[in-house]
Design a protein around this ligand. Structure first.
Ligand code: B12
Ligand code: SF4
Length: 489
């Protein structure tokens, strides 16, 4: 007879349940139309506290009824995520809605943008803000709140607490030493499991390009590089860490969907781990398709990893090509060369992996710069080009250099699809050329038709993606941003 062992859990705390909020950004165009995936950050946070309190997630991109959920869950604490700069006004608005509903609910904010620009949330409706990775800090905060222990709150590092009208930083280390790990680390492998079940009711609404019902995966945090436009290494303070292939395989085995995007900023950098992952997926007969963000330098240095991963199901790689000439790459401190990018493209194509090429459009461009970029994308048959406008993000090195040139500090413009810097071409012409880039290169429909033939996606999936994509090729959409209504509050 099987004996069931008792499960020892920390005693549950006597505070109201926690509701974690993914807000909805309705401004402008954004890439929301082409990708909307589960709020993995909130799933990890939920996994970090679910032995202490009841916890649930509302994804307002699908269910806008915040007050209904506050009432149904009787939440005593809410956590709101702010990953994108463009989300600042909606996060503030969500905090206000919570406090209007019930001023006693404790409001905590965190996330990528919030960590790099905390003062955006120094408003009376935000009680606490946690910078950096959230699992440990959020757990400690909930424990401290349950114990009504203000001193304990102040011991939590990189936390802002509200004192009257002021937000005060608890404490921070004097100087952080970079930790770029070459092998999996314990804190990654032992971090809580994401509570994917908490977004089950929203699953059918998530999409990744033309793939329905994607399940996202995380196997690394941070980045080993120092691009000057990028906020990732700033958020992670220069660290890079990974989990074991075994844990990743275990998680992949458990997810239901067929398409699995890895959200790591720098995936498959450690060849031994990448190859163990590929071998494991193959030997276990796990048949899914994967998407990941990888560096050209890693692809060129370890092509065998990518051949193995392709065999295991790697479908598409987002590669930060960024620029097509050496001078521009140097200006961005990208640490790569044009020949490295084109070599990596060839390796991936030989392996049968499609390329999502991330390319930066400089507002300072002349007409022929746009032509050259379109020619490059077509010449190298980049299946899924992504053109983002050079944007000095708060917290980056580029921001420090460019701050005095910004033509807008409206956070809604910081979505990489609108320029916040002056354009050399007249603004209408700039957006016309920008939108044309998508028309001139587009998504390679041949590849997509093959997916239909292979029954990986349906004709309807393809049609709905094409309709959403139309927004990106309409310059009027970008020009609308010039006359946004002011933000209230
Ligand atoms: C996966 C990803 C995507 C995916 C999906 C994103 C999504 N969730 O919808 C895709 C590919 C679609 C995407 C697209 C874009 N993305 Co993106 N993306 C990411 C990426 C790589 C990982 C996000 C993630 O899931 N991380 C894993 C989780 C576990 O980490 P986390 O979110 O940081 O959460 C932790 C902490 O922040 C904290 N935390 C988070 N929320 C909260 C809340 C509370 C209360 C607390 C206490 C703590 C806390 O705890 C969590 C666990 O430790 C980030 C980079 C990054 N490292 O964050 C960029 C990033 C968020 N994306 C960015 C951008 C700009 C975009 C794009 C505009 C274009 C582009 N450059 O790629 C588009 C637009 C998307 C859109 N919706 O309009 C920027 C945002 C910059 C900014 N300041 O606005 C980032 C930071 C990358 C970068 N530097 O370019 N993206
Ligand atoms: S752009 Fe990519 S490679 Fe460069 S620092 Fe950011 S995450 Fe790392």
């Amino acid at each position: 007879m099987a004996i069931s062992l008792p499960i020892f859990r920390a005693p549950r705390l006597s505070i109201g349940p926690v509701l974690l909020i993914q807000p909805k950004n309705e401004y402008l165009v954004g890439f929301n139309e082409t990708v909307m995936v589960e709020p993995l950050s909130l799933e990890f946070l939920a996994g970090a506290v679910d032995d202490l309190v009841d916890v649930s997630i509302i994804d307002m991109r699908v269910d806008p009824d915040l007050e209904g959920r506050l009432s149904a869950t009787r939440a005593g604490i809410v956590g709101i995520t702010c990953g994108y700069t463009a989300d600042v006004p909606i996060v503030r608005a969500a905090a206000r809605r919570v406090k209007t509903y019930n001023p006693d609910i404790v409001v905590v904010v965190g996330g990528h943008h919030a960590s790099l620009s905390p003062s955006d949330f120094f408003i009376p409706e935000v009680d606490y803000l946690i910078c950096g990775e959230g699992e440990q800090g959020f757990r400690s905060l909930i424990q401290a709140i349950a114990e009504h222990n203000r001193e304990k709150v102040k011991q939590i590092p990189r936390l802002y607490y509200r004192e009257g009208n002021q937000h005060v930083l608890s404490w921070d280390e004097d100087k952080h030493r970079f930790r770029v790990n070459k092998a999996p680390t314990e804190d990654m492998t032992e971090r809580p499991r994401p509570r994917r079940d908490l977004v089950q009711q929203y699953r059918d609404n998530y999409y990744f390009l033309y793939h329905k019902n994607p399940w996202t995966m995380e196997s690394a945090r941070g980045c080993a590089f120092r691009c000057n436009f990028c906020s990732v290494w700033k958020f992670h303070r220069g660290d890079y860490k990974t989990e074991t292939a075994a844990r990743t395989i275990e998680e992949i085995r458990q997810v239901d969907g067929k398409y699995v995007p890895f959200i790591d900023d720098l995936a498959f950098r450690q060849p031994a781990v990448a190859q163990e992952l590929a071998r494991g997926l193959i030997s276990e007969g796990i048949k899914k398709r994967y998407w990941a963000q990888c560096r050209a330098s890693d692809i060129v240095a370890n092509p065998e990893s990518f051949y193995a991963l392709a065999e295991a199901g790697l479908d598409m790689v987002l590669m930060g090509i960024e620029a097509i000439d050496q001078e521009a790459l140097k200006k961005l401190n990208k640490g790569s060369k044009p020949s490295m990018n084109t070599d990596a493209i060839k390796i991936l194509h030989e392996a049968g992996v499609k390329i999502w090429g991330a390319l930066i459009v400089d507002p300072d461009w002349k007409e022929d710069d746009f032509d050259r970029l379109a020619d490059f994308v077509n010449a190298y048959n980049i299946e899924c080009p992504q053109f983002t406008i050079l944007t000095p993000l708060p917290g980056t090195d580029l921001y420090k250099v460019m701050e005095n040139k910004l033509v807008s500090k409206d956070p809604r413009h910081f979505d990489f699809l609108h320029t916040v810097l002056p354009t050399r071409l007249p603004i209408e012409r700039f957006y016309e050329r920008y939108a044309q880039l998508y028309q001139q290169t587009g998504m390679k429909m041949n590849g997509m038709l093959q997916l239909v033939r292979d029954k990986i996606i349906t004709v309807d999936d393809l049609r709905s993606f094409k309709n959403k994509f139309q927004e990106l090729i309409n310059p009027e959409i970008y020009l609308k941003s010039l006359s946004l209504d002011p933000i209230i509050g």
